[in-house]
Design a protein around this ligand. Structure first.
Ligand SMILES: [Zn+2]
Length: 139
């Protein structure tokens, strides 16, 4: 049911009224201050180039119109509470899917570089490596 302002009253627990069906609005904009960790983008690019943008877990090399795509993934996360270092040995070259699975704990990389599916306990293979990028096994 719409009120006189052309909106529906907010549902319990919500402060803002809901828009009517078909009501198209642009998202709002506001200024904020964000404190974030400054990562070494050049280091991440180097690692991705050393692996030719090929995922160290699954071997996929996503190719986009702008070129191959990969993500630099920290083995031990930067910042509190993990306080990992932004160094080559703490970085992996992963596809976006494996990056998320790794960061959220669905995939584990053991010290012998065996990759495990944490949900099934099954080994997924061995982390792909290149001679020019030594992964720190004890991070
Ligand atoms: Zn992958």
């Amino acid at each position: 049911m719409a009120n006189q302002a052309g909106t529906r009253p907010p549902p319990p627990g919500h402060e803002e009224p809901l828009p009517l069906p078909g009501d198209v609005r642009s998202p709002g904009c506001r200024s904020t201050t964000v404190k974030r960790i400054v990562r070494d983008n050049a280091l991440s690019r180097l690692i991705k180039n050393l692996h030719d943008h090929t995922c160290q877990i699954c071997g996929v090399r996503p190719l986009l119109p702008g070129g191959p795509y990969a993500e630099g993934a920290h083995i031990r996360p930067l910042g509190s509470p993990h306080d990992g270092y932004d160094v080559a040995g703490n970085l992996l070259c992963l596809c976006p899917n494996d990056h998320v699975l790794f960061d959220l704990g669905a995939i584990l990389v053991q010290d012998d570089l065996t990759v495990l599916n944490r949900l099934t306990g099954e080994a997924m293979g061995t982390l792909r490596t290149v001679p020019s990028h030594e992964v720190d096994r004890h991070i």
